[in-house]
Design a protein around this ligand. Sequence first.
Ligand SMILES: [Zn+2]
Length: 417
Amino acid sequence: MTSLYRKYRPVNFDLVFGQNHITKTLQNQIRDSNISHAYLFTGVRGTGKTSVAKIFARAINCENEELKPCNVCESCVSILANRSANVIEIDAASNNGVDNIRDIKEEVKYPPATGKYKVYIIDEVHMLSIGAFNAMLKTLEEPPSYVIFILATTDPNKVPATIHSRVQRFDFRRIAAEVLAENIRDYTLKENINITDDALMYIAKLGDGSARDTLSILDKAASVNRELDLKSLQEILGNIDNGIIESLAESILLKDTKNIIDTIEHINSLGKDYISLVQDLIAHFRNLLVKSISDNDKHSAVLIYCLEELIILSQTIKNEKYPRLFVEVYCIKLALRDEAYKASPLDNKETSQRDNIGASKKQPLEEQTPKKPALKNWREALNKQEPTTPIEPIQSGLTEEQVSDLENKINANIEWR
Ligand SMILES: [Zn+2]
């Protein structure tokens, strides 16, 4: 099934919401024959940068209309179908080298076979290497009259000043929750999704200014139930959350770093707040620890290590501008716990408080790093591993005082649900 975000990607200027200041200016430029040869579109993901770039590319090549694309002529249709030679989309995240830019410099020498303009849309342009930026400067300054560059970025501060001075910049705003809710209401009617106003507003707020994220949350909720009020919505999202938390915890325990990165990417697309994510993760690990202690199994030390690090993380990200980065780094650190232990400068400090908790820091928690187990269940997988040095059960590793100290630390950091 096509995602709502793809299905309702705006195909004309008046369908882009929240960015009138940009769409109006672009249309005025077309009307006055005053279009620039290079633009920089900035803004968080899902605010319409690429959509507007493509609408603009169709408008200036359209055979029927002047100020907007007709979306039915051969030029418009071929651009819509991504088969036009006049619109070249490049993802700078994967094509960031000097050679990629040299290819563009070669190509721009040839005028378009049909239509008026060749439009190069370079997405995530801040990912280009310095060499690639330098190679681009001359072309950007004096491209042939039939070439237009539209550079898009979520991180304009990483784009060199030499590029900024050669482009016309448009800042795409985060879309206000009210505007998102109002516009997405139309889609819910077309899709027969029955959603109350407060539930829709709740989704729009979670979307945090991004149409893509908002629609992706709506997509998820509507795939479970097409009758949504605030209560049922929160339940559904809560269940989705639990599934994600379990998956993230399992990836950490199974040392599946790729899945950690994928899961965090998914969490990001749902617009989940990272501080509450870490709290949920702490609560989940705490439940696993309680079960581990009551089962008297050998996983308590690993779980305590994870809990300790997550508690530090919960403190660290409170004032961080880029919480996602910290969450990723900490989760990967937990997954790579054997390496972290070996490299830890705390290894030889007898006074380290953390040495007192759980297994000795001088030994890796799990001596062997086996290949990724094919088992889904982490407990089964961990049981299959035969550590050369068995991890002592919690009862002998911690004094009562230390257990209560740890519990206090956990309780101080999370609100129980
Ligand atoms: Zn057209």
